[in-house]
Design a protein around this ligand. Structure first.
Ligand SMILES: [Fe+2]
Length: 156
């Protein structure tokens, strides 16, 4: 795709590749959040069932934003489940009963991983003066850091 937004192709490619890995991770996270939303059991069911819905709705919006940023950079977003599963770093989980501790502990690990990846990604985008991607990454990072704090508070 022909794109001239003042960022050299080398940078646009490197940033788009990073965004595609993040996009793949978000798809695994989206599915995992539904899995937990359905399979969580115990005294915190109502509270976490609702919170998980809020989280996967947020991830759905992020997925669209990330994919469209890849296009704005002149590249194609990954768009098949096969590609997402090949590229994603987050791991899927089986459909089974989960306790609130299982859910919060795993999400804490996944969110912490994503926060570290976003921080690195913002650094790379910054090197190429891609402030729009930096802004997106920092916006997401703020949400994950807030959720990490909340999950830690829940787990005590
Ligand atoms: Fe539901």
């Amino acid at each position: 795709m022909k794109v001239d937004i003042g960022i050299q192709e080398k940078g646009r490619k490197e940033i788009a590749d990073g965004l595609n890995i993040y996009l793949a991770n978000l798809h695994v996270l989206y599915t995992k959040l539904h899995n937990y939303h359905w399979n969580i059991e115990g005294k915190s069911f109502f509270q976490l069932h609702a919170k998980l819905e809020e989280l996967y709705d947020g991830v759905a919006a992020e997925i669209d934003e990330v994919a469209e940023r890849v296009l704005q950079l002149g590249h194609r977003p990954l768009a098949t489940m096969k590609d997402y599963l090949e590229v994603a770093q987050l791991k899927e989980i089986p459909s089974q009963k989960y306790s609130s501790e299982d859910v919060c502990q795993t999400l804490l690990e996944d969110f912490s991983f994503l926060a570290q990846e976003l921080r690195k990604g913002a650094g790379v985008a910054g090197e190429y003066e891609d402030e729009v991607t930096v802004d997106m990454a920092v916006g997401s990072l703020a949400k994950y850091e807030k959720n990490i704090w909340m999950l830690n508070s829940f787990l005590g």
